[in-house]
Each structure stands twice: as structure tokens, then as C-alpha cells.
Design a protein around this ligand. Structure first.
Ligand code: 5GP
Length: 121
């Protein structure tokens, strides 16, 4: 319903802690928390604290390069903390309608703890 807009999303309230979440990692720029509807034994969302136009990956601009790199590195930190570094894991970004994106604040899904299938549905 808030597709492709700059409206606030539920993730703003998770960042401000108005809405509780189980935080796995936090620094000044990045927050990682457990997905409320996990699709795997490990399912963590990694988001920028400052959306700065990154409603979705397809809106990325060159000025976002640093935060984009940080998000991927935090995905790796999360995988290590969650004990899935050795067996492997999946990092997913759903973009837009065809990508089944539902929250328009860029987020990486870190999924693991079971054998993934490919291709996804
Ligand atoms: P998307 O479908 O946009 O790629 O992923 C959005 C994800 O956010 C979904 O997996 C959904 O379960 C998760 N989500 C939506 N609302 C909340 C919430 O209030 N708390 C948490 N922890 N996750 C949420």
C-alpha cells in the first residue's frame, strides 16, 4: 500500500524502538533484527537507520555506495553471530512489485539454518 513512496514505514518505529523487535546487531548506521514472520530458523532483516531515499534497491544512487557495502558486511556479521557462517546462508533483497517487496525501506533478508532451494518461487 505504500509502494514506491517516501512515506514512513513500520521500520522507522522499529529503529526508534517505538515498536519492539529482537535486535541482533546495531551500530550508528545499521540495525539488524529478527523477522516477525521467519521463513527459516534464522531470518534477520538488516536495514539502514537512515533510509535516505533507499525505499528499495532500485532507487540506489552512487552516494549510497558506502551504506550498501555496510549492509552486506553486517549481513555477514549477523550470519557469524547466528552460527550459520560455516554451513552457508542466503541474502535476499526483494525489490518492487514483482520482487514481492512489502516494506519500502531497503532491507536485506539473511536466511539460514536450513537447506535453501533454488530457484526461489
Ligand atoms: P519484504 O517483503 O518487504 O521483502 O520484507 C518485509 C519483511 O518485514 C517481511 O518478511 C515481514 O515479515 C517483516 N516485518 C513486517 N513488519 C514487521 C514488524 O513489525 N517487525 C518485524 N520484526 N518484522 C516485520
Amino acid at each position: 500500500e505504500n509502494a514506491d513512496t517516501n512515506n514512513p514505514t513500520i521500520f522507522d518505529k522499529i529503529i526508534s524502538k517505538e515498536i519492539p523487535s529482537t535486535i541482533v546487531y546495531e551500530d550508528d548506521k545499521v540495525l539488524a533484527f529478527r523477522d516477525i514472520n521467519p521463513q527459516a530458523p534464522v531470518h534477520v532483516l538488516v536495514i539502514p537507520k537512515f533510509r535516505d531515499g533507499l525505499t528499495q534497491l532500485s532507487k540506489a544512487e552512487e552516494r549510497h555506495n558506502e551504506i550498501l557495502g555496510q549492509l552486506l558486511y553486517v549481513a555477514r556479521i549477523v550470519a557469524e553471530k547466528e552460527g550459520i557462517l560455516k554451513n552457508g546462508y542466503r541474502v535476499v533483497v526483494n525489490d518492487g512489485v514483482d520482487g514481492c517487496q512489502s516494506v519500502y525501506h531497503l532491507h536485506l533478508h539473511v536466511l539460514g539454518g536450513r537447506q535453501m532451494k533454488w530457484p526461489p518461487g
